[in-house]
Each structure stands twice: as C-alpha cells, then as structure tokens.
Design a protein around this ligand. Structure first.
Ligand SMILES: *Cc1c(COP(=O)(O)O)cnc(C)c1O
Length: 387
C-alpha cells in the first residue's frame, strides 16, 4: 500500500542532501570542535560555516546564532535566559505570551510562574490571531519579554510579528518568537520583524532530530541554562553536535532555495484539498483563518465524529494525519489551541490536522479527500451522535 505522510508539522524526513552532508561528520571528520589539532579545526570550520548558513535564512549575523538540541531547548533558553537575568538585575519579572503557544513555551512559562515571574497569556481572535493591541495593553513597567510564536503548529495561523515588534521596540521590551513552524517555509527577517530572539528546529525542515538554534540579537544578554565548558559563547555548554549542526545548516540552505516555489505549490494543494473536503462533507469547517496561514496546513473540524477514529481509519488506508498536536494527542483533553478559538470541547474532538510537505502530490489530494469523506460518513452513520 502506498503511504501518504500528511504530518509534516510533527516532523519531516531527513532530505537525502542533508544526510549526505552529515555523513562525513560521523566518520572521518569526527573531531571535537574545541580541540586545537587538525581534527578539531575541521569540526570547528564546519560549525562556523553552518552558523553562517543558518544566520543567512534569518537575515541575521553568524555570531548571533547559538546551537541547541532543538526547538524546546531554544524556547527554554530564550525565556529563562532573559527572565533569570532580568529578575536578577531588578529589571522586571513579567512576560507576555499567547494562549496558543507550543508547550515548550507554555510549560516554561508555568515553571517561571513558580519562580517569582508573572505571565500574561493573551487570548486570540476566533481566527487564531493575536491582536497587537492586546500586546500593547498588556505591557507593564515590569515587562521584560514578549514571546509570540510565528506560526501555530496546530492551525498554521501566522501572527503579525512586525506590528508586535514595533510595540516591543517602542516599549523597550525584548521580543522572542518560536519560528519552528516557519523557518524555511515562509520568509523571516529578524530586523524587519524587530526580533531579539528566535527559535528554530532542524527536524521540522527536513533536517535531523535533536538539533536546533536560538538567534539572539547582538547585545542581548542571557543567562545560560546549561553550565559547563563554556561552548557557544558560554550560553550553551556541551560538545557541539557537529553532524547535526551541519545537517541543520544544509536543510536550512535547501529550504531557502526552494521556499518560494514550494510555498506556492503547497498553498495550491492545501486550498484544493480544503475545497474538495468542504464540498463533499456536511457540518465541516476549517479552524483558523485561511488567509494568514502556513502553506501546507489544514485543520478540519467535523461535527458528530471523533478525530481519533478518523485518524485510525485513515492510517488503515496508508494516510498519516494527526488530531490537535502530536504532543497533546496522547492526552484526551481537547486541544488548548482549539479551545482558545472559542470552540466547545465537542467541536474540538472532531478535529483533524493535515500538514503537507515535499513528498505530497496532486494525486495524493484526490485520494485523501475521498478517504476523509468516506471516513466521516462511515463514523457518522454508526455513531449515535450522527444524524
Ligand atoms: C516542534 C515544535 C517545537 C519543539 O521543537 P523540538 O525540536 O521538537 O524540541 C517547538 N515549537 C513549535 C511551534 C513546534 O512545532
């Protein structure tokens, strides 16, 4: 059976070019980048070339890139790094974020709340967007950081970062974004967007798992959260994952080369699938705005069915999708993102997230649309909830 992967927001396969770039660093180029001999220099060189490539896709400078173990660690470093330092210096203890952030942000904020920080969780509109006006009103004397994600991992909505960046600059507050879902997919310019900090992860853009980066604007002082040998300018100790970092850089490079054409292709596939499903299934809708949305993302709502049942049926047809986000799908609570849109719990339960990527074709769309229609009809007809 042909398998169709439609869960690219959860993770992506490593691109062949990325694997090829990484292999020598598991083999003959195995040196420790801190060593002074030729083996070390070889690794150090690869590290610095990678830093320049990653910086380039963000319109940043190489020395502003800190390599980490992924999106989660980058988010932790941004929030705790700014938070701990600001609190220690008596600059303030208030953080502003949104209610639809990834758990890497939300759980870090909850932890900080137990350590003397105050956090404002901004609501979003029913379309899934943060209103910059709410950010402005939330800023206080004690505010040290605004952290608003670039695009949401469940519903793909793209936030107005430039407007929020202007507010942050005007109020003299640090501005961080979790760009894990957008890096390599839509343009990012840290200067244009007024960003001080930005998180990315390799495995969401056809790179390896377990590696990512934090951009921190020159002059942005952070506390480190991992102490040790002082790697990455003392901000992230631990022998660098050279092969992984080379993979991240190659993946970022590749993604930026094909960004424009791939974004257009995926937007067309996305819109076609949305239309086919909404035309053939009653009591169905899309969660989140269709205008400011990631190219490959669709999040359907279907009344009178359970997303989990649909997921398992589609899996039996070789189609991999998700309900809510991969991180919360093991729990049976409704998605915090969908609840934030104002949906009722029962409306959240019939949600299905489809995230398309490089391997998906027009042919897939026809098969997937037919399979979703069949799945929804089947479960409605056997469910007491159905009509
Ligand atoms: C996947 C994801 C993360 C976590 O990244 P990891 O590299 O898996 O730790 C953080 N934020 C968003 C928006 C994500 O989609």
């Amino acid at each position: 059976m042909k398998r169709i992967y439609l869960d690219h927001s959860a993770t992506t396969p490593v691109a062949p070019e990325v694997l090829e770039a990484m292999l020598p660093y598991f083999g003959e180029k195995f040196g420790n980048a801190s060593s002074l001999h030729s083996f070390g220099l070889e690794a150090k060189e690869a590290l610095e070339e990678s830093r320049a490539k990653v910086a380039a896709i963000l319109c940043a400078q190489p020395e502003e890139i800190i390599f980490t173990s992924g999106g989660t660690e980058s988010d932790n470093l941004a929030l705790k790094g700014i938070g701990y330092r600001s609190k220690e210096k008596g600059l303030g203890n208030h953080i502003i974020t949104s209610s639809i952030e990834h758990p890497a942000i939300l759980e870090t904020c909850r932890k900080l709340e137990t350590q003397g920080f105050e956090v404002t969780y901004l609501p979003v509109t029913k379309d899934g967007l943060v209103d910059p006006g709410t950010v402005e009103s939330a800023v206080r004397e004690e505010t040290v950081l605004i952290s608003i994600m670039h695009a949401n991992n469940e519903i793909g909505t793209i936030q107005p970062l430039k407007e929020i960046g202007e507010i942050a600059a005007q109020k003299d507050v640090f501005f961080h974004t979790d760009a894990v879902q957008t890096a390599g997919k839509i343009p990012i310019d840290v200067n244009d967007m007024g960003l001080d900090l930005l998180s990315i992860s390799a495995h969401k853009l056809y790179g390896p798992k377990g590696v990512g980066a934090l951009y921190a604007r020159k002059g942005t002082r952070l506390d480190s959260i991992v102490q040790g040998g002082g790697h990455e300018r003392g901000l992230r100790s631990g022998t660098e994952n050279v092969a992984g970092i080379v993979g991240l850089a190659r993946a970022a490079d590749l993604a930026s080369q094909e960004m424009a054409s791939e974004a257009k292709r995926l937007t067309d596939l996305r819109d076609k699938l949305a239309k086919m499903v909404l035309d053939s299934v009653k009591d169905a809708w899309i969660n989140g705005t269709m205008t400011k949305r990631l190219p490959g993302n669709l999040n359907f709502g279907f009344r009178y069915v359970e997303g989990e049942s649909l997921l398992l049926f589609l899996d039996s047809k070789g189609i991999a999708v998700s309900t809510g986000s991969a991180c919360s799908s093991k729990k049976l609570e409704p998605s915090h993102v969908l609840l934030s849109l104002g949906l009722k719990a029962e409306e959240c339960h019939g949600s299905l997230r489809i995230t398309m990527g490089r391997s998906n074709t027009e042919e897939d769309v026809d098969y997937v649309a037919r399979s979703i229609t069949e799945a929804v009809e089947r479960f409605r007809s056997i469910s007491a909830l159905g009509r």
